[in-house]
Design a protein around this ligand. Structure first.
Ligand SMILES: [Zn+2]
Length: 82
């Protein structure tokens, strides 16, 4: 599946894919059928926490807080929580 050109909506092809390892970002350079060029950036925007198996002190405090807030949301929205 490829991106459509933001200018004309034509199909595009990927000219180049670059990884910025320090930022954990993938940058792709595209060119569309009408020779418009644009870039996309792909990055991690959230971390899905499934049942955590390892609960150790190596988990950063910020992540612990985040996990707690997610479980709070699940509790209040669950029909079983009544
Ligand atoms: Zn175009």
């Amino acid at each position: 599946m490829s991106m459509k050109c933001p200018q004309c909506g034509a199909w595009t092809s990927v000219m180049e894919t670059r990884t910025r390892k320090t930022e954990n970002v993938v940058v792709r350079r595209y060119e569309c059928a009408n020779l418009h060029r644009f870039k996309t950036e792909e990055k991690v925007t959230c971390i899905a926490v499934k049942s955590p198996i390892v609960q150790t002190s190596t988990v950063p405090d910020a992540l612990k807080v985040w996990q707690k807030s997610v479980s709070d949301i699940r509790d209040t929205s669950s029909p079983l929580a009544k």
